[in-house]
Design a protein around this ligand. Structure first.
Ligand SMILES: Cc1cc2nc3c(=O)[nH]c(=O)nc-3n(C[C@H](O)[C@H](O)[C@H](O)COP(=O)(O)OP(=O)(O)OC[C@H]3O[C@@H](n4cnc5c(N)ncnc54)[C@H](O)[C@@H]3O)c2cc1C
Length: 462
């Protein structure tokens, strides 16, 4: 008879094994100078996939060129090196590969390979627990993690890398629609299983919608596709062109309205010189966090209320071929874009009926064989349906971030408790820092945060 292990202990626990958790683990393993026990807790194995890189579909592309997707700030070409070494796009030279939008599944494989290399080279030991953390308590001598499987875990320090959650379908009746007719856009297999002749209603018109349409097209879908969203804005494409050479520095001193005007002016100037507006956006990409933090609280609120939809389509762009496919489907009369607010979703025999209000509050209906929830990333931590986050907020170990989005964190990444006191033993990495940083979702930000968190998590002697 075996006696169950009453408690597991470790130096560092990492909650979440998506890109942020794996990059943090690599940073810790690379930085360790002596024996150290690291435990990574992730319910969805294999590691490195999270939401974005769980897809196996070749048509699901990164929305950042490969040359900018290194996982490590001090090795800017590392992802490119990996792709070249694995001949990921046969026949494509290194320079072309750096500009290419490769399939997202390469990224999960890349993260796993770099993690394995770090494990092999490190004096530290990494254990992976296939479980979900559902509670965390603070004690003077450590942090106690309760898991949904196996014994609890006591850690000296924790990285909170729990990532993205999908917004629920914002409609009355949605819960009564049976699973085969109500599909989450991030359930890539379910999207692929949609019948070729089915009419599909997609709620949301952002990047997850683009993924969904690409998958339907790749699997020979012939039915109608209805896209419903409040603003009916499709994602815009990346474009190649000369760099915009304006000085973005003065934007930081401007209020929101003045900033938006200045950006439009820069885009118009660029257009006159044959430079695409996308280059104007690229110029401010490295300033994303500074631009957010230099806005007043009221301007941040105005941005979230009035500007964010327009910002998103310009900032989160898609590969040009994916955009061209959307336009072509519209031209063929197969993709219909509806502007409106979803109110109800009801199963009607073999169909699903969506009830919506148009911008003049006039009701209209969309009938389809299934509805896909592509409403995107939930930003409010308490709405993420993640028991750990509910517990952290409920117990005062955490508080919501500014504007109620994400969790509040200090400049050094420490979690802030309900009184605003920093807990340096808990480092937050990734999308939960959105309220403080705004730009905190994509790899260019995650790699820097993960590297810094690793330094802060490592004990001084390690
Ligand atoms: C569809 C999509 C496409 C994207 N494409 C790109 C791109 O091309 N380039 C780019 O730079 N960025 C892209 N992003 C942004 C993306 O958010 C980041 O690149 C990155 O994947 C985020 O990783 P993460 O680890 O923070 O979050 P996630 O990928 O969400 O991973 C979080 C992990 O934590 C686990 N977890 C959650 N709660 C717990 C818990 N309580 N206990 C244990 N484990 C838990 C989850 O199971 C999950 O595996 C995309 C995002 C999406 C949604």
């Amino acid at each position: 008879m075996t006696v169950p292990d009453p408690m597991q202990t470790c130096d560092i626990a990492i909650i979440g094994g998506g890109a942020a958790g794996v990059l943090t683990a690599i940073g810790v393993l690379r930085g360790a100078r002596g024996e150290l026990r690291v435990v990574l807790v992730e319910p969805q194995l294999p590691l490195g996939r999270g939401v974005a890189y769980a897809t196996r579909r070749p048509e699901h592309l990164l929305n950042v060129p490969a040359g900018k997707m290194s996982g490590f700030p001090d090795q800017p070409d590392d992802f490119l090196d990996y792709l070249v070494a694995h001949d990921a796009l046969p026949g494509t030279g290194r320079d072309a590969l750096a500009q290419a939008f490769v399939a997202r599944h390469h990224y999960a494989a890349y993260l796993r390979q770099r993690l394995q290399e770090a494990v092999d080279a490190s004096p530290a030991r990494l254990d992976v627990r296939a479980a979900r953390v559902h509670a965390l308590q603070r004690h003077a001598d450590g942090l106690l993690l309760q898991l949904d499987a196996g014994p609890p875990l006591r850690a000296a320090a924790v990285a909170l890398c729990s990532g993205n959650a999908l917004r629920p379908l914002p409609a009355r009746g949605a819960g009564t629609v049976p699973p085969g007719k109500r599909i989450e856009a991030w359930d890539y297999d379910a999207v692929q299983d949609v019948a070729a002749s089915a009419d599909v209603a997609i709620v949301g018109s952002g990047l997850s919608m683009a993924d969904c349409v690409a998958s339907l097209a790749a699997s020979g879908h012939r039915g109608q596709v209805h896209v419903l969203s409040r603003h009916a804005l499709l994602p815009l494409p990346h474009a190649s062109g000369a760099a915009a050479d304006y000085d973005p520095g003065p934007l930081l001193a401007m209020g929101l309205r003045q900033r938006m005007r200045a950006l439009r002016r820069h885009a118009a100037d660029a257009a006159r010189r044959g430079i695409p507006w996308q280059s104007v956006m690229e110029r401010i990409r490295p300033l994303g966090q500074a631009l957010w933090q230099s806005l007043s609280f009221d301007d941040q609120r105005r941005f979230l209320r009035h500007v964010v939809r327009y910002w998103d389509v310009h900032r989160h762009r898609i590969a040009a071929p994916v955009h061209a496919q959307l336009l072509e489907l519209r031209r063929q009369g197969r993709l219909h874009l509806h502007r409106g607010r979803l109110e109800t979703t009801i199963a009607e025999g073999a169909c699903v009926r969506l009830g919506a209000l148009d911008p003049r509050r006039q009701p209209f209906q969309i009938d389809a064989h299934c509805v896909v929830n592509a409403t995107g990333v939930e930003m409010r931590a308490q709405a993420m349906r993640n028991p750990l986050l509910q517990q952290l907020l409920g117990s005062g170990i955490a508080r919501p971030g500014p504007h109620g989005i994400g969790l509040d964190s200090a400049d050094d990444g420490s979690l802030l408790d309900a009184d605003g006191v920093a807990e340096p033993r808990i480092q937050v990495v990734g999308s939960l820092r959105i309220g403080r940083l705004w730009e905190s979702l994509a790899i260019p930000e995650l790699r820097g945060q993960a590297a810094q968190a690793a330094v802060r998590l490592l004990p001084p002697q390690a």
